[in-house]
Ligand binder design. Sequence first.
Ligand code: 16G
Ligand code: ZN
Length: 531
Amino acid sequence: MAQFKEVSQKSKLHPKPEGLTLQYGTAGFRTHAKHLDHIMFRMGLLATLRSKKTKSTIGVMVTASHNPEEDNGVKLIDPMGEMVTALWEGYATQLANAEQDSLLKELKDIIEKEDINMSEPASVYVGKDTRPSSASLSQAVLDGVSSLGGKTHDYGLVTTPQLHYMVCCCNTHGCYGSPTIEGYYQKLSQAFLQLTQNALNRTDDQKRLLVDGANGIGALKMREMEPFLRSEMQVVLSNDGSSGKLNHMCGADYVKVQQNAPQGMNMGVGERCCSFDGDADRIVYYYTDSKGCFHLLDGDKIATLISTYLKELLTQAGLNLQIAVVQTAYANGSSTRYLEDVMKVTVCCTKTGVKHLHHAAQEYDIGVYFEANGHGTVLFSKAAQKQIQDLVKDPNSNDERKRAVKLLESTINLINQTVGDAISDMLVIEAVLAIRGMSAQDWDAIYTDLPNRQLKVTVSDRRVIDTTDAERRAVSPEGLQDTIDSLVKKYKSARSFVRPSGTEDVVRVYAEADTQESADSLAHEVSLAVY
Ligand code: 16G
Ligand code: ZN
């Protein structure tokens, strides 16, 4: 067919190195940038098919998040701004690994399996991060789309969550906002300014936040957004990309893993600081105390702060909506205990990976989800949003109720519900701290983290480890879980689990206990049991 002639010709300009196979992993394809040109072209093809199939705009984001600058990657975004479905992840792998001469055959196979009407129009939004390789790789995506006759909109440099937002805005015909960068800044900043009106007498110090931009796209976009925030936030940006290397000694992943401040940040005692990751879909906060001790406020602390705030507003608004917090096995045991026993909110645990948390959070009126590493957001069901909107218009509300409902409404507008978003999360956190008059130390004091340790173990085949119960228990190899159970019993307040990594060829070990020595020792003993 003439339709495929162009694919056939153009694909020769993006040839697949023979024998190279790659998997669409937890967060898309990710590897050294030099292996990715053919993958990008083919993801352009696949996004076009997905668009025809769903009769919607699809997103393709070129980024490798917190990986080193030399790497790159690609993720597909489904119509409502969520990650592409598991079935299509499979197609992505199928198409990516087809040798050059069988590309058309695999393409036609997907068209047939999905019964795709090729005369449907297609529309694909493309975005990229600041890596040197991103420009030519995103061009390869655009080539793929146009060779199948699809329409493209190239957003150029955007954060991952900004592209998710654009896709959702487009497919909801503007109900979620306008699909422009300006529209994004306007929606978020208006909501933020409305919220901070409720925080009286804030000093300049309270408005000040030190932001580590990981030398990436988040820094660029933060600079663009600053004027929209008027003087309600005073951002001191470091690692803004002007000299340092992307993710090198900085960024959310570095800070979380090293439990240390990033390079290039001049932190005063008690000052609130935060770090974005390389594509600005993750954020962690931290500060140092008067003894010079570093304190990390990770995804668990963020989930606790936000869910506590929302629960209080629901009570004040007299709204009976179920709020749940979704965590993974990595959530600190203290956070789970605090949420269940003190806050009395439902806590649910899923497998690692944003899509699992996102789906679980969709089950509740309000689902707050965060991975300990700082990726997360809040989802409000349609019914919950409607109840809140109806109450805003209710003339019979008293002042306290009115205020609470308005705060809820603005909070919904400030949150990027499509995916975790460092900029949006940061503004929510800043607003909540301002409204409640809390410092970073006050926030940290909500509960005390149990000391914990993570280790990586290299084994010959990590797939021999199979887990259940949201990765908290190992079902194979036989005897491993019994050994872990007996080791855990030796320590106070202890917990430990092992799981094969979804992004690296290693087994991850997690342990927590009443003291750092115990957590370290338990992690060490469990890692020996894994060999
Ligand atoms: C990916 C996931 C992240 C998860 C991590 C686990 C997305 C967008 N990202 O980066 O959520 O925490 O993988 O890695 O889903 P691991 O399996 O190697 O521990
Ligand atoms: Zn990321």
